[in-house]
Design a protein around this ligand. Sequence first.
Ligand code: CS2
Length: 492
Amino acid sequence: MYLSRKTLPHLPQNVYHPKFDLSQLTPGILHLGCGNFHRAHQAVATQAAINREGPDGLKWGIVSATMRRPDLVNQLRPQDNLYTLLTRVEDRTVASVIGSIHEMVFSGDEAVDLSERVADPRIRIVSLTVTASGYYLTADGRLDPEAQAIQQDLSAPHPRTAIGILANGLALVKQRGAVPPVILCCDNVSHNGATLRQAVMDYASLRGDDRLAAWIGEAVQFPDTMVDRIAPSSHVDDVADAKHALGGIVDAAPVSAEPWFQWIIGSFDGSRPYWEAHPGTKFVQDVAVFEAAKLQMLNGSHMLLAYTGALAGLNTIAEAASDPSLGRITARFMRDEQTASIALSAEELDDYTQALMVRFQNPGIVHDAERVGRNGSAKMADRVMRAMRDNLVAGRSVSGASLLIASWIRWFALNDQDALELSLTDPKAKILQRICAEARDDHKAQAEAFLAMEEVFGPPLPDHDRIVAEIAGLLRRLTEEDVPSVLRELAA
Ligand code: CS2
């Protein structure tokens, strides 16, 4: 028996589930990027809001578009888009069935015109989780006009990128003289709302429509948000765990997440779900400080754990964070380097560091280094370079950031030699591998050529030559010595 509306009444009593009539739900939100994170985050808060609001909340059903996974649509449709959230508390799992997704679509489906969906008058909010690499930004946060996907969209009738879909959809709204939806970016990108707005305006201008760009700038709200919940890729145990929790009912596409939930949203005008019904959700005037702390301290440290951890044979975030040496190096990096320019008190920063290290060590979360290590070239600027630059200007150590970058380069070098035990996904993979191949065995040349990529690292760093030498030295050690021993020394 599969999970579906029909089988909902047979769920065990202790499974939290939608309290509303699923057949009455209508679409109010369009979501682009239906991955595990969306299903463990916005969809969960939306369910809490609908539960709380009663009949008024039924207009907030989500039309969720996956940009990459038609298989997920095939799994969820027969289940009436219901799925299980497995909350992995350290020593136990709590199951909840989520029913806020009203419709699932695949963006690549010929019959699906997402720009039309953006312009559907019932859709009041368009939210996005397409990952940092899904925006095709350069290190200064502007749309990269050279990106192949953007070039393709500009000449295609039906765009495939989120940016193209939004620009075309908003053009329809403008043409029809309708009220535009609020665009809610939920990705880990610095000033995510403002950045997305600029990128969509850049796209409109590239299409030769400066009027559309100006109208988007004036008439459309793009609030900033900070989102936080660790939701790893699906794991083989998830399906069996869900079946057990649901008393034998099968869910083909459950999702796992840690208990932590945070969603800080810049206030905006217009109607919206009562998302505050979910603990951890808050509307504020200014998201910047929460966002910088999260991007640098959580996401930046995640990169160090992933890149350096995998080189030491620690293939999940929990293993890497629990390793005495790498755990220590990471906590130091997070607290001493990644807090640069974050306007929180020393005590708040200490507490946040401690809480993050505990979250990283959660043994119930199997968060693969391979996954967190993806698309580093799109993550480097916001998560690592900003703090690193501030630290260099202030004359502080950047040893953690240098280790992170050296480890990242090592991934490409190993990959080039077919010796990396995990797959390497990055929009700049080809160029970076070529650099490694051309400068084989010359660590200084590799470090220099990597840092010269301004679209990834930004303009030359203060004290550039010294940093190149520091990174090259670490790269040499990671190549020639036993990595766990190197980490033991660095942690001392
Ligand atoms: C991770 C994030 O893969 C990554 O880049 O750092 O997905 C991280 O798990 C979430 O941002 C946590 O909120």
